[in-house]
Design a protein around this ligand. Structure first.
Ligand SMILES: [Zn+2]
Length: 61
């Protein structure tokens, strides 16, 4: 299964039909850019607006 991005929180979701972060099942194949957040307190996490470490898309259609 390809990687898809959650349309709510932009989390990259692999091999699942449900976002592990927000439990949304609305996943998109149309996303671009990739940010890896290692630390939820880092500046990049703040910029992307995430509270959980992981991989996130920059843009999700
Ligand atoms: Zn999500």
């Amino acid at each position: 299964m390809a990687e898809r991005a959650c349309t709510d929180c932009k989390r990259i979701v692999e091999d699942s039909d449900e976002c592990p972060v927000c439990k949304s099942n609305v996943l998109s194949n149309s996303w671009s850019g990739l940010v890896v957040v290692y630390d939820a307190d880092s500046q990049i996490a703040e910029e992307v607006g995430v509270q959980t470490p992981g991989q996130y898309a920059i843009r999700v259609k």
